[in-house]
Structure formats: structure tokens, C-alpha cells
Design a protein around this ligand. Structure first.
Ligand SMILES: Nc1ncnc2c1ncn2[C@@H]1O[C@H](COP(=O)(O)OP(=O)(O)O)[C@@H](O)[C@H]1O
Ligand SMILES: [Mg+2]
Length: 242
């Protein structure tokens, strides 16, 4: 089997003395995709923060391309190809769209042209200031900024939260193409479970800081009983098979 891009091995992590995650083991292959599902407060954001190096890991290991990075800091990880889009969209409000993109730029396949190809709406708004964008445009810009750093793996924390259905569709199309066309791997935390599962290859469901279920996304999408038990999701009738 090819070596995983990212692997967590029996990780226990949290903030100070508080343990939030325990026994987390997972792997993402090069060009792969993983959805992280679970109710509010189960530790989804903490898992992404742990991958980026912002939490205290008191057991287990975080591996990046076969190398133990458990003790590496966030900046080192970002330089080595880990990209992260926080739940709070962080863009520079007083800079234009294009300036926001250029300050994040690092050499690689994601340059301005490729980004505007993925997000035509950002090309149209290239001269607009960050604080003049709609919520959906800000989210696109936050993702685009992360891509401009040319990560091998992009961590997305609830990118679809609070967005109108048409924007959700635009964004999911972009995330799909990002991986299909350019091979950028991603880990996606999402409340929109059905969308997340349709975008990803593999999925885990967290419950109280541990992995309660893992499956191929297309299988979990058909597993109405598990989805309802673990995240309270009721599938539409035709999809659930009842
Ligand atoms: N900075 C922090 N310091 C201490 N505890 C935190 C911090 N951030 C989150 N927590 C706690 O960690 C747990 C998981 O939170 P979080 O990872 O944000 O969950 P989710 O993203 O699944 O909603 C919660 O009990 C939350 O209160
Ligand atoms: Mg969260």
C-alpha cells in the first residue's frame, strides 16, 4: 500500500490538561478525501487543529508523508504542505480579492489563473474589498487563499455553514474539481452530512472525542440507521431505501 499523506496513530489531544480527543487513528492517502461528521461539540474542529499543530498531543503520533510531526509547530506544517481554512473565515477585509490572493501565494499549480478558473465569481470580484463580499464570496476567498499556498492537503472546517443553496452548489463543485483535476487532498468537517459524503471517499463519525464509526462515504450515505443514531440525520425517503 502506498504511504499515507497524513496519518494519526492513537492520538490523544486537547487544550492544557483537558483531553478532547482520544484514540484517534486515521489515514488520508495522497489525493484522497475524508469527511469528519458528528454532532456539535464532539471535537471535529479540535481534530483539524490537532492536524495543524495547535493543540496539546499527550499520546500517539501525527505522521506527515511518513515523518513524525507530532511536535512540529503550525508554521512548519503549513510550509510542508498542510493548508487550513478555519471555521471563522479569515480574509483581510481591507484588501481586494486579488490582493488577498497574492499575499497568500506560494509557487505551485494554484496560481491566480487556476484559482479564477475554479472560482469565476472571484475573478468578477477581483477588485472588491474583502469586507464588501457576500458570505459565500468570503468563503470562496478563504478557500482560494488557502489553495494559493499550494497545499498537498487542505483542511476545511464547515465551509458550507450558513450559505444559500446556490452558493453551496458552487462551492461543492469547486471542491470536487479541486481534487479531481488537481489532486489536492482534503479533510472536510461538515454539518451538511449528505453533501460531505457525496464529496468524499472515506468518512468518520466522531462521538465525544472518539471515532464511533468509519466507512466509505458512499456506503455511509446509504446507512440511514447509523446516520440517524450518530448525527440525528434523517435521510429523504427515496435515499434511505424504506
Ligand atoms: N480553545 C479551547 N480551549 C478549551 N476547550 C476547548 C477549546 N476549543 C474547544 N474546546 C472544547 O473542546 C470540545 C470540542 O469542541 P470542538 O472541537 O469545537 O467541537 P466541534 O467542532 O465538533 O463542534 C468542546 O467541549 C469544547 O468546549
Ligand atoms: Mg467546530
Amino acid at each position: 500500500m502506498a504511504e499515507a499523506l497524513l496519518a494519526l496513530e492513537d492520538v490523544r489531544a486537547g487544550y492544557g490538561d483537558a483531553i478532547v480527543l482520544d484514540g484517534i487513528t486515521l489515514a488520508v492517502p495522497d489525493g484522497g478525501s475524508l469527511a469528519i461528521l458528528g454532532r456539535n461539540g464532539v471535537g471535529k474542529s479540535t481534530l483539524l487543529l490537532t492536524i495543524m499543530g495547535f493543540t496539546r498531543v499527550s499520546r500517539g503520533a501525527v505522521m506527515w508523508r511518513g515523518r513524525d510531526i507530532t511536535r512540529a509547530g503550525p508554521h512548519w506544517r503549513a510550509r510542508k504542505g498542510l493548508g487550513w481554512v478555519a471555521q471563522e473565515r479569515d480574509i483581510f477585509p481591507s484588501l481586494s480579492v486579488e490582493e488577498n490572493l497574492m499575499v497568500a501565494s506560494r509557487p505551485g499549480r494554484w496560481d491566480l489563473g487556476a484559482i479564477y478558473g475554479l472560482f469565476p465569481r472571484l475573478r468578477e470580484r477581483r477588485a472588491s474589498r474583502g469586507n464588501h463580499l457576500s458570505g459565500g464570496e468570503q468563503q470562496m476567498l478563504a478557500i482560494a487563499r488557502a489553495l494559493m499556498t499550494n497545499p498537498m492537503l487542505l483542511l476545511l472546517d464547515e465551509p458550507l455553514e450558513g450559505l444559500a443553496p446556490i452558493i453551496v452548489e458552487e462551492l461543492t463543485g469547486a471542491i470536487r474539481r479541486m481534487t479531481a483535476d488537481e489532486g489536492t487532498a482534503f479533510v472536510l468537517v461538515e454539518q451538511h452530512a449528505e453533501v460531505a459524503l457525496s464529496l468524499s471517499a472515506e468518512a468518520i463519525v466522531l462521538e465525544r472525542g472518539s471515532i464511533a464509526h468509519r466507512a466509505r462515504s458512499q456506503d455511509l450515505l446509504k446507512d440511514a440507521a447509523t446516520l440517524e443514531r450518530l448525527i440525528g440525520l434523517r435521510l429523504a425517503e427515496e435515499a434511505s431505501g424504506f
